[in-house]
Design a protein around this ligand. Structure first.
Ligand code: CIR
Length: 255
């Protein structure tokens, strides 16, 4: 959870066409841009360098850069999104990571895996199977990261939940914020778990980024639980990305 860098991508004008499981209305592009700027400022406020990539109008979901790659100290892995409309986003990210990493691997078809399903903790890499991430994707990632000395464990994203990290986040090396429905699967045995407050499941997608926990505004009981546990919480507006099932982790690659 200590990072010197983050990569973000400016929201495209086409963002209102982004994928969503349930249509609760289109996000307002101007407001998305405003919220995105506040997110970038919060990352920078921790002292990190933020590389802001230009908008890609051809890809309405391209602001959710987390799904395109996994950045580890040993190298970067280019994902292969399970959403067909997002496949090209990974290729758009690759040259930027090549400029930063000497070791780059690519997940190849028919494997699919999205960064939103991957949680790197202090001791292992947890990957949730989901509608976007298949067994071949997890096996392909494992083949790469095991050579880099990482232990990878396959877990399951709850049914109807987009990504594994829609429902959980790392707060420090051994502590996880999780919805009760995900923690009930037992996947976090051995970790300290803080649950989101009842009715605040959408608060689980936070990021611990240096000294800050960035979380979506509007979940006061969960914010209080985090403050009571000693975390410095920064609440950020996320109403527009939430309409596209996007949250704090999706909006950056952190390394
Ligand atoms: C999608 O459905 O792919 C986007 N609308 C949202 C992606 C959110 N990404 C993430 O949780 N890592």
């Amino acid at each position: 959870f200590r990072f010197t860098h983050a990569i973000t991508r400016r929201p495209p004008g086409s963002v209102a066409n982004g994928l969503r499981a349930i249509d609760t209305g289109a996000p307002d592009p101007a407001l998305v841009a405003q919220h995105h700027a506040a997110y970038v400022a919060a990352l920078r406020a921790t002292g990190a360098t933020v590389i802001e990539l230009p908008a890609l109008d051809a890809y309405p979901d391209s602001l959710f850069v987390e799904d395109t790659a996994l950045c580890l100290p040993q190298g970067a892995v280019i994902m292969r999104p399970g959403a067909p409309s997002r496949l090209g986003e990974a290729a758009e990210m690759e040259p930027h990571l090549r400029a930063l990493y000497s070791r780059i691997h690519r997940i190849e078809a028919p494997a699919t895996i999205e960064g939103g399903d991957i949680l790197v903790t202090g001791r292992e890499i947890l990957v949730g199977t989901s509608a976007r991430t298949n067994a071949a994707g997890i096996a392909a990632l494992d083949a790469i990261t095991s050579r880099w000395g990482h232990r990878l464990r396959q877990v399951h994203t709850p049914p109807g939940v987009l990504h594994f990290k829609t429902d959980c986040a790392l707060l420090d090396a051994g502590t996880i914020l999780s919805t009760e429905r995900l923690a009930a699967s037992g996947c976090f045995a051995g970790y300290r778990v803080i649950h989101t407050a009842p009715g605040e499941e959408a608060a689980a997608n936070v990021i611990r980024f240096n000294d800050a926990v960035l979380m979506p505004a509007g979940f006061p009981a969960t914010a209080q639980r985090l403050r009571d546990a000693g975390y410095g919480v920064t609440e950020l507006p996320n109403s527009e990305c939430a309409k596209l099932d996007g949250g704090m982790s999706c909006l950056s690659l952190r390394f």
